[in-house]
Design a protein around this ligand. Structure first.
Ligand code: NAD
Ligand code: MG
Length: 388
């Protein structure tokens, strides 16, 4: 029986993963080692019962008594707190979903690699903050990382059987997010509610807002560099409002391979779950004649300063990605809390990077997870200082 664990089980990625696990045989087919969630005790308990999990972990330790009560009499072990989430990753499982949002997903995913598992990596922040460390850890333990971002799964699939040396460019598509058709001068007044609705994808609130600001695409450009080991100037972004082509790989013979599919994360998750095989997946099939046209346009850097910042982060290298991601998370927290305008997020991130790039030591290679986590904390503190 294949053993699995899901980190961030109650989120958007977690729920899609749960849906596929249940459709593909549930507890009869998979031995569920651990499920973890941030705060949603009731849903975590439901999933743990359905999959007959061995362990359920709630990241907010204050909610542990509630989880214990919810699972009383089931024989399912319970635990609470961030350390318990990381410890759950020490329990060997063949397939692990890294579906926590934000830098909080880094440690569990990293620790899961130590038992040579297949890590289905939705948590792109892991690669942005600690890409070289994560890739080296996977190699050291013979673990496999499979990307679970629609673009990166698309690239991965387009590269199967290909020689990386023959790749000229990788292009990832962007829907343009909630505000792609707004006049630039209206963006300053954008509300949290407006930024939280995506034209094509149903996702967690944070990544949805990051899609509107293009910080999500900025993270994904860096994710592409770290995962596929390609030079920054070979990575392109194109706006594709229909979100049906997820990525394209261009080769030196002039050919391009594009990956198309309905905007449904169960494709990328299901691909990673069944890899190297392809299973039947419950996603919509595209009717190209009905769709009629696919459109593309170049992204406007004035509208999306995050894309320029991503280029600067890749050029600076070292710990800059960790600072960039943490500053972005702090800016997003402030926007959601009503303390920053939508258009002020990029400026804050840039000021944090400016302040830390001198004596902050961001040029140093991330030699350890602790260095990454220290940089993360420093960047959040700096962002808080700059907002006061
Ligand atoms: P979400 O907010 O819907 O869910 C996040 C999950 O992580 C929840 O289970 C939550 O309880 C848990 N969590 C949150 N903070 C935590 C903490 N500090 N400690 C432990 N657990 C915590 O997020 P999501 O949209 O599912 O995104 C998850 C990850 O997948 C992100 O890295 C995102 O960028 C990536 N991703 C998501 C999508 C998507 O369609 N949602 C697509 C591509 C990539
Ligand atoms: Mg994506």
């Amino acid at each position: 029986m294949r053993s699995i664990s899901v980190f961030g089980a109650t989120g958007s990625i977690g729920e899609s993963t749960f849906d596929l696990l249940m459709r593909q045989g549930g507890a009869g087919r998979y031995r569920t080692v651990a499920l973890t969630a941030g705060r949603n005790v009731a849903r975590l308990a439901e999933q743990a019962r359905a999959l007959r999990a061995e362990l359920a972990v709630i990241a907010d330790a204050a909610l542990l008594p509630d989880l214990r009560a919810a699972l009383a009499g089931t024989g399912i072990e319970v635990a609470g707190g961030q350390a318990a989430v990381a410890e759950a990753a020490d329990r060997p499982a063949d397939w692990v979903m890294s579906g926590i949002v934000g830098a909080a997903g880094l440690v569990p995913g990293f620790r899961a690699l130590s038992h040579g598992a297949t890590l289905a990596l939705a948590n792109k922040e892991s690669l942005v903050t600690a890409g070289p460390l994560l890739m080296a850890e996977a190699k050291r333990h013979g673990a496999t990382i499979l990307p679970v971002d629609s673009e990166h799964s698309a690239i991965f699939q387009s590269l199967t059987g290909e020689d990386m040396a023959a790749v000229e460019h990788i292009t990832i598509t962007a829907s343009g997010g909630a505000f792609r058709d707004w006049p630039v001068d209206r963006l300053a007044g954008a509300t949290v509610e407006q930024a939280s609705s995506h034209p094509n994808w149903a996702m967690g609130q944070r990544i949805t807002i990051d899609s509107a600001s293009m910080f999500n695409k900025a993270l994904e450009v860096i994710e592409t560099k770290e995962f596929f080991g390609i030079a920054p100037d070979q990575i392109k972004v194109v706006i594709h409002p229909e979100s049906l082509i997820h990525a394209l790989v261009g080769f030196r013979d002039g050919g391009m391979i594009a990956h198309l599919g309905a905007p449904d994360m169960r494709h990328a998750i299901g691909y990673a779950l069944n890899w190297p095989e392809r299973a039947h997946l419950p996603v919509a099939r595209l009717d190209l004649a009905k769709i009629g046209a696919l459109t593309f346009r170049a992204p406007d850097e004035a509208r999306y300063p995050a894309l320029r910042l991503a280029r600067e982060v890749m050029a600076a290298g070292g710990l800059t990605g960790a600072a960039f991601n943490a500053a972005k998370e702090a800016a997003l927290d402030a926007f959601i809390a009503g303390r920053l305008r939508f258009t002020e997020m990029a400026g804050l991130v840039e000021r944090v990077l400016d302040r830390l790039s001198g004596d902050g030591g961001l040029g140093k290679a991330p030699g350890s997870l602790d260095m990454v986590l220290d940089t993360d904390r420093l960047a959040r503190r700096t962002a808080a200082d700059l907002m006061n």
